[in-house]
Design a protein. Structure first.
Length: 97
């Protein structure tokens, strides 16, 4: 009887977790893998010499997904991508590295 109860609880947990995974992945929407790989490679170049690389990659990725472009080089050149240049944080400073 104990093994049956344990098996029942375990199967219920598996079913619930599967449902939760499907719900969260559907809510996030489709991911464009070509845009994702483009942003990853461009942001890796942009943040190559950054002091805080993980933060640079994070913000660059956010800006790239929204603007669909990243300026060339590791600093400056933001006129290449006006959307990237014009994004501001809550303090009015540039959001994108």
């Amino acid at each position: 009887m104990k093994t049956f109860l344990v098996a029942l609880v375990f199967s219920s947990l598996v079913l619930i977790s599967t449902f939760l995974v499907q719900t969260t992945s559907a809510a996030s929407g489709p991911v464009d893998t070509s845009l994702l790989s483009f942003c990853n490679s461009k942001c890796a170049d942009r943040c190559a010499v950054a002091g805080v690389k993980d933060r640079c990659l994070n913000y660059c990725g956010i800006c790239c997904k929204e603007c669909k472009c990243v300026p060339h080089g590791t600093y400056g050149n933001k006129d290449d991508c006006p959307c990237y240049r014009d994004k501001k944080n809550s303090k009015g400073k540039g959001k994108c590295p």
